[in-house]
Design a protein around this ligand. Structure first.
Ligand SMILES: [Zn+2]
Length: 372
């Protein structure tokens, strides 16, 4: 089993929910703490089985609360046309993998605030339930726990430190007044400051002898620090690459025709263009795609009689020559491609290679190093 690979669990509103392996660790830790300490201490008189049942149920509902929080971000993002790849649940909670950067401060603000609003509403709901269910039994404990965790999720996430929601809200506000780069710089700075503060709490916990808390604070701080740095780098990358248009970096290329054979691809196109995927015009006028890898599976003596159409796939993804390189780069990342066809008005113009984008990045980063 590959521990680094997230485990797909289910889809909700068309969004895939994935669990990281670390989720199971925290699920167990939360269940254990609640079953062995919280419930027996505040609600004595039940059996161990009941405590564990409520411990596991509470942990499950805690993660449901996190999932709903992430779902709120995701649905607002999708409402504004930003694709959501999946929701990822892991040791520190959840992340909605939104694939594109918000196009404006307003959209950034609304996506960011949706999560804490959802958690706040859930917290209020459990507050009301607790109000109408004053019985001091273990159910009351569960309701109180859920009220507490949802309010905690709302308020913790509102801390103005990237990558927390509050950091995104801060970024949106500064972005509206100044520019995206400055906004990201400031909120990544507060993000790192907050991360170091958590690590300091880790050290203090260690001094006090609370090893588990120390480890927790330290890793959370370390995770947030990295994430704040990545957000800043990501923004720089997006601003750099969105200045360039695909048309200036693509390689022009003539598509294959449905009447061509594998022989044409392997002996004419491939030696000439040296790319690994080629657009093909089908007899229905649609564009298909063929890869040299698939063609090379066919025995050479059959190349001349094998129609190119027998190994084509439908065209899944392409860019326009007027798209910017950041969009192309993100698409290549999402679909795990080294090349992407450039198509305009159903006409194949060429292909954009990942290496063309990487050349720009290398040039940019080497110039940056020289300026230090
Ligand atoms: Zn959030």
């Amino acid at each position: 089993m590959d521990l680094a690979k997230p485990i797909p669990v289910f889809r909700i509103f068309g969004i895939q929910v994935n669990l990281d392996f670390s989720w199971f660790v925290v699920f167990f830790l939360v269940s254990y703490t609640l079953a062995e300490y919280f419930y027996p201490y505040y609600y004595p008189g039940y059996s161990t089985g009941v405590y564990w049942l409520f411990g596991a149920l509470s942990a499950l509902l805690l993660f449901t609360s996190v999932l709903l929080h992430e779902l709120a971000h995701s649905l607002v993002a999708r409402h504004y046309g930003l694709p959501v790849k999946n929701i990822y649940l892991f040791i520190f909670g959840g992340v909605a993998m939104i694939e594109e950067e918000a196009p404006s401060p307003k959209v950034e603000f609304l996506i960011a605030i949706a999560g804490p609003i959802c958690s706040f509403l859930l917290g209020s709901l459990f507050f009301l339930i607790a109000y109408f269910y004053p019985e001091n039994d273990i159910f009351n404990g569960l309701i109180n726990y859920l009220m507490y965790v949802n309010f905690a999720l709302a308020f913790f996430n509102l801390i103005p430190a990237l990558p927390l929601d509050g950091g995104r809200i801060l970024r949106a506000i500064i972005w509206a007044k100044k520019d995206l780069l400055t906004a990201t710089k400031v909120s990544a700075f507060t993000g790192k400051a907050f991360a170091y503060f958590l690590m300091l709490l880790g050290v203090l916990s260690l001094v006090k002898g609370n090893f588990l808390n120390a480890v927790w604070y330290f890793f959370l701080g370390w995770f947030l620090k990295n994430a704040a740095e990545v957000s800043y780098e990501q923004t720089k990358l997006s601003l750099l690459l969105s200045q360039y248009k695909v048309e200036n970096f693509m390689q022009t290329l003539k598509p294959l025709l449905y009447s061509d054979t594998v022989m044409t691809l392997m002996t004419v196109y491939y030696p000439f263009y040296r790319v690994s995927t080629y657009p093909v015009i089908g007899n229905d006028g649609k564009i298909y795609i063929v890869s040299v890898k698939d063609a090379s599976q066919i025995p050479q003596h059959l190349w001349n009689e094998t129609s190119i159409m027998s190994i084509t796939k439908p065209l899944e993804v392409y860019v326009s020559p007027y798209d910017n390189l950041y969009k192309a780069f993100k698409l290549m990342d999402r679909y795990n491609l080294d090349e992407i066809p450039v198509i305009y008005n159903n006409t194949v113009l060429g292909i954009l290679k990942r290496s063309a984008i990487e050349t720009i990045l290398e040039k940019y980063f080497s110039e940056k190093k020289e300026s230090f």
